[in-house]
Design a protein around this ligand. Structure first.
Ligand SMILES: [Zn+2]
Length: 143
């Protein structure tokens, strides 16, 4: 049994959740929203640090922008992976055109880019088009 810090996708508050109850649709103590909604969390300069440094579960971030011709395929794959990997992984997305400072700070030069973070630190990065199976294989090799 272990206690995990999970950051709310709605209010960015930090919740303590027993690992055994992660699968039972836990809600935020503060705002009562579901901690996971089966859809990638939209990260911005405002909430990036709260989620990256306070999550006990790994955070995977999909850096994307509309000019990438592979974006639509990757986005569909990423949505599928999200519904499979949450709540064991926090799945998030960053629009690099809207969030240029995050793109620069994370040294994003290619689109699409996927980065797996643990406790705020980059553990692995992929800069190629991947299907859902490839993405899941990559994530599970690090957990
Ligand atoms: Zn909340």
């Amino acid at each position: 049994m272990s206690l995990l810090h999970i950051v709310c996708q709605n209010c960015d508050g930090i919740n303590r959740v027993q690992s055994e109850t992660l699968k039972q649709d836990p809600r935020c103590n503060a705002c009562k929203h579901l901690l996971f909604i089966n859809s990638p969390l939209k990260l911005t300069a405002k909430n990036f640090k709260a989620h990256l440094s306070n999550s006990d579960i790994p955070v995977v971030v999909f850096f994307w922008n509309n000019t990438c011709m592979h974006y639509k395929n990757m986005d569909a794959a990423y949505a599928l992976v999200t519904s499979n990997m949450e709540p064991w992984i926090r799945m998030a997305k960053i629009n690099t055109e809207q969030e240029q400072s995050l793109a620069i700070n994370n040294k994003i030069s290619m689109s699409p880019t996927l980065i797996l973070f643990r406790k705020g630190y980059e553990v692995s990065r992929k800069t190629e088009q991947m299907n859902a199976g490839d993405i899941m294989k990559w994530i599970t090799s690090y957990i």
